[in-house]
Design a protein around this ligand. Structure first.
Ligand SMILES: N[C@@H](CCC(=O)N[C@@H](CS)C(=O)NCC(=O)O)C(=O)O
Length: 215
């Protein structure tokens, strides 16, 4: 069996999702650290985004597609449930996160702190103030979703949880995120529980200030 190669970045949240899938399943993979805008990405992803996958002569883009492929192709714990309802709930949460929450929480809120376009390089307060109500609403929604079982889909760890954790990792470093993911909240307990997983610990981004290739 070939050794899958992931082209992406240690600091990229979507790259971390597919790396966590590999770690959970015990897949022997290689991460090729790749810069944003690198031509190798553009050859596989039509919009040049990371991560992309090479597995033998097979090439694939989009984190959800890559994660699904790895889950089906390799042995190890199943991250996409067989049960139709559980699988649908898992898809629902991946979709909600990837189509709405990633844009709000990471690309707008986190980026306003990490990559501000302000004259003095300080946090972009205008954007932060504008997005904070949506940040609070979305984190409250997640808090409610994980309250009953400690998971997003049913009562087991799935790709939906893997897909969310790298985003929570970044935003809990910031004031509004930290408040919503405080240890006494359901979302805080959810984060602490899943952050202890080996797959999360082994995919920790390097310490230090984020760079533009990140997230
Ligand atoms: N829908 C894509 C999104 C991937 C994505 O936005 N990746 C970010 C890094 S986490 C990226 O490539 N950013 C650089 C860019 O947009 O040029 C997926 O799920 O893989």
């Amino acid at each position: 069996m070939s050794k899958p190669e992931i082209l992406g970045s240690l600091r990229s949240s979507y790259t971390r999702v597919v790396r966590m899938v590999c770690e959970e399943k015990g897949i022997d993979y290689v991460l090729t650290e790749t810069l944003r805008g690198a031509p190798e990405l553009g050859r596989i992803h039509p919009f040049g985004k990371m991560p992309v996958l090479r597995d033998g002569d097979f090439e694939l883009c989009e984190s959800k597609a890559i994660a699904s492929y790895l889950d089906r192709r390799f042995p190890g714990p199943q991250l996409i449930p067989d049960d139709p309802r559980l699988a649908a709930l898992m898809e629902q949460w991946v979709s909600l996160v990837n189509t709405v929450m990633d844009a709000t929480l990471l690309r707008t809120y986190f980026f306003a702190y990490a990559f501000p376009k302000t004259a003095d390089g300080g946090p972009d307060q205008t954007t932060i103030e504008a997005v904070t109500p949506a940040v609070r609403t979305q984190l409250a929604l997640l808090d409610k979703a994980v309250a009953p079982t400690g998971y997003l889909a049913g009562d087991r760890f799935t790709l939906a949880d893997i897909n969310l954790m790298p985003i929570l990792y970044y935003i809990r470093q910031l004031p509004e995120g930290a408040a919503a993911i405080a240890p006494e909240t359901d979302l805080g307990r959810y984060y602490a529980r899943h952050a202890a997983r080996v797959s999360f610990q082994r995919t920790m981004p390097p310490a230090g200030p984020p760079r533009r290739a990140a997230s």
